[in-house]
Design a protein around this ligand. Structure first.
Ligand SMILES: Cc1ncc(COP(=O)(O)O)c(C=O)c1O
Length: 392
């Protein structure tokens, strides 16, 4: 960590990545980094085995019955585009929520602007939770899928996915979850929860590098091919390989990312998801309690931390969130994310649009002392109302 930086932007990406993950990733890629699945020489077979082992690990991790149905993509955004574009047909209806990130909202909006689909968005209550019954009410005869944000990147609230899964299964509609913020902190059981597909990203709480993510797809869900190209097999055919995982993968795999993601999962397993989550929640509770006592500070969605991940948003009365972020950075060396966090409808519903808020997001390497320094910094900001002199 450079200097004395307090990094509280782990919801954007976890930082730093565990050193053993980075070192081993480079080492393995240095020795075995050839194109997987494209040759019959030993190294190419080994590279393919690395990818296969990572699929198996991810399948166990998400309780996906078939490792071949774990496909790699660039990140959660890429995976969500694959599943959304691959499921919809002209005239379809989609149900989603106002908690979504732009990685869901923008593909849906684009498709609606093109006149190809229509959608309805479930609202959330004052604490940031979706009511599964509302999802049920929004499902129509022509609803093709329900897409739900598992853990909000603005409020940190975790949605009752098992219950939503039951509602969707009763209506015969696949449930897709955006697990960008939950994978690695909340155990996910796509089989028990009757989830059709889980979109994940590697660089947040899975501790892989950026540029790798994917989709775990239930055996019952068919997804149309929307990207075409080389898969290393069936090369005589001009038709894209129809079988999983190649069905949804085109072009050379990001093997460096796959190796890093696989090592990130090893790190998680060694540390224990529950242990990491508990530690982050203890720190979040300390931060919440410390900030709650300060004058002019408003907290959002943190009354009930029992269904939460380690992040929260606040605002300081009379000071623009961007200024709060700039002061934290310039005067206290604290890195946070301010603004709308790529989730504009959350802020519309909360009444915090268009300026947004200040998000503190914790990671496994944060310490109690850093939380206390953050509370002290926020106390000074709230009490003095001072603005940063840092040029922007
Ligand atoms: C809830 C949520 N969904 C999707 C994404 C997109 O993840 P990525 O940028 O890795 O594609 C993010 C990233 O911040 C997120 O918080």
């Amino acid at each position: 960590m450079p200097g004395d930086l307090i990094y509280l932007d782990n919801a954007a990406t976890t930082y730093p990545k565990p050193r053993p993950v980075l070192d081993r990733m480079i080492d393995i890629y240095g020795r075995q980094g050839v194109s997987p699945g494209r040759g019959s020489y030993d190294l190419a077979v080994e590279a393919e085995e690395l990818a296969g082992a990572a699929r198996s690990k991810l399948a166990r991790f998400f309780k996906c019955p078939d490792p071949d149905r774990v496909i790699f993509a660039g990140n959660a955004t890429d995976a969500l585009n694959l599943v959304i574009q691959g499921l919809i047909r002209p005239g379809d209806h989609v149900v989603s929520t106002r908690l979504e990130h732009n990685s869901v909202l923008r593909p849906l909006y684009h498709l609606r602007q093109q006149g190809r689909i229509d959608y309805d968005l479930a609202s959330f209550d004052g604490q940031g939770f979706i009511d599964p019954a509302e999802i049920g009410r929004l499902i129509r005869a022509d609803t093709r899928m329900v897409i739900v944000n598992h853990a909000s990147n603005v409020l940190g609230t975790v949605q009752p996915v098992a219950e939503i899964g039951r509602v969707c299964a009763d209506r015969g509609v696949p449930l897709i979850i955006d697990a960008a913020q939950s994978a690695g902190v909340i155990p996910i059981d796509m089989s028990a929860w009757q989830v059709g597909a889980v979109a994940f990203t590697g660089h947040k709480s899975l501790f892989g590098p950026s540029g790798i993510g994917g989709l775990a797809v239930s055996p019952e869900l068919e997804i149309q091919i929307t990207r075409f190209g080389g898969t290393g097999i069936d090369s005589h055919s001009l038709t894209h390989t129809p079988t999983f995982p190649h069905r949804l993968e085109a072009g050379t795999l990001n093997l460096l990312g796959v190796i890093g993601l696989s090592l990130g999962l090893d790190f998680l397993e060694a540390e224990g998801i529950e242990v990491i989550h508990r530690r982050e929640m203890e720190l979040l509770a300390r931060l919440r309690d410390g900030l709650a006592g300060l004058p002019g500070i408003r907290l959002y969605g943190v009354e009930d931390l029992s269904r939460h991940v380690g992040l929260m948003m606040v605002n300081v009365e009379g000071i623009d969130p961007e200024d709060v972020g700039a002061i934290l950075d310039a005067d206290f060396d604290i890195a946070v994310r301010v603004g709308l966090h790529c989730a504009p409808l959350v802020h519309e519903s909360l009444g915090t649009a268009p300026r947004g808020g200040v998000r503190f997001s914790l990671g496994p390497f944060n310490r109690v002392e850093e939380i206390d320094r953050t509370i002290a910094a926020m106390r000074l900001i709230a009490e003095s109302g001072k603005r940063s002199g840092k040029p922007r």
